[in-house]
Ligand binder design. Structure first.
Ligand code: AMP
Length: 350
């Protein structure tokens, strides 16, 4: 797009830095580094929720941070996020705020079992989450930390998990990408399938909900809206992410404009690009444990498969190291043929 850019990250070799014009090695709470970033940049964007409040304040005051601090404050804290969704009139999973054992038990009693406890901050990919099948399990739970807040949610017997990425520009224009069906394995996103095999009316409803979130929460930039599709066809929003999202990586290969380009267009005041789907696609995550197998297979990939490696130096089990996009009408069959289909969390539960 013709821009030059500078990255800030604690690692000296993070993926973004490998293609940046300049890289600042610093923590997300380093005030001096934040001032340097502010001085160096015409426009700043984040793609990570856990940026320190004081850093955000500096970036908002001394530079142009069009996404703003408020959206970060809301989306990195599950309780604030739930409240914002409820205020915006968006359906979400019934929940209770929990700060101690007594609230856990009264919450469990009113929501019923199974239910799932999540830390209000800091959890991702299933970390900081506990499922209780019964009151006895909740009573036996001893891991509540005194100074933490939690949400207790009803367990949702969903049919599918889907997500929609919406972009809202600083001029108020909104565009949404096609909804994906997201399949998890061991609580990590395994595959995103697009178009999602769901009735048209439900897909339109999912897009409308994402648009509603973007507008009512005054989003600038991207917002990924994760939802549960219930057996009766209703949709409940589970989680928001104010940044490019793993379930939107398919847009790099399968849409007219990718989520990354859309983010930059939205924040720099350009007209939004077309989010039209050019081809059916399946995105498959490559985790640390998959790397060797994928490298061995790479020379024989069929031409409708594209591989993206993120350039992370250290590979660990469960770490996202890259992804594959399989394109075309037979994308799902290709994924099965190549042996990339893992048991889904839903299958394992039933
Ligand atoms: P989260 O960190 O909230 O996105 O949760 C991670 C994954 O756990 C989700 O993608 C779901 O597969 C599952 N999950 C989370 N909350 C619930 C719930 N209330 N009911 C059923 N499954 C859930």
């Amino acid at each position: 797009m013709g821009y030059r850019f500078v990255t800030l990250d604690p690692s000296d070799d993070c993926p973004g830095s490998q293609v940046a014009d300049q890289h600042i090695v610093a923590g997300y709470d380093d005030l001096e580094a934040a001032r340097l970033l502010a001085d160096t940049s015409d426009l700043i964007t984040y793609e990570f929720e856990n940026v320190d409040d004081a850093v955000v304040k500096i970036l908002e005051e001394d530079a142009f941070l069009p996404q703003g601090g408020e959206l970060l404050r809301v989306t990195r804290h599950r309780i604030r996020e739930k409240r914002a969704l409820v205020e915006a009139g968006v359906p979400t999973t019934p929940y209770r705020v929990v700060k101690n054992q007594e609230e856990l038990l009264t919450g469990g009693k009113s929501l019923g079992f199974p239910c799932v406890l999540k830390t209000a901050t800091g959890g991702y990919d299933g970390k900081g989450q506990w499922v209780f099948q019964s009151m006895a399990e909740a009573e036996a739970f001893t891991e509540l930390e005194p100074d933490r807040e939690y949400v207790l949610e009803q367990w949702v017997p969903f049919d599918k998990e889907i997500s929609v990425i919406a972009a809202r520009s600083i001029l108020g224009e909104v565009a949404v990408f096609p909804p994906t069906w997201n399949i998890h394995h061991n609580q990590i996103l395994h595959q995103s399938i697009v178009p999602a095999p769901v009735e048209d009316g439900i897909l339109r409803h999912a897009e409308d909900l994402a648009r509603q979130v973007a507008e009512r929460l005054n989003v600038r930039g991207l917002i990924a809206v994760e939802m549960f599709l219930l057996p009766d066809g209703s949709l409940w929003v589970n989680e928001l992410a104010p940044r490019p999202h793993n379930s939107g990586h398919y847009t790099l290969d399968a849409c007219a404009v990718s989520q990354f380009e859309q983010q930059i267009r939205a924040l720099s005041g350009l007209p939004l690009g077309s989010s039209r789907l050019l081809t059916p696609a399946v995105m498959v995550n490559i985790l640390g444990e998959d790397v060797d197998r994928i490298r061995e297979q790479m020379a024989n990939f069929p031409p409708q498969v594209k591989v993206h490696w993120y350039g992370k130096r250290e590979s660990r089990p469960r770490r996202k190291m890259g992804h594959l996009t399989v394109m075309g009408e037979s994308a799902e069959a290709t994924v099965r043929r190549l042996g990339w289909m893992k048991a889904t969390d839903n299958e394992k539960r039933s």
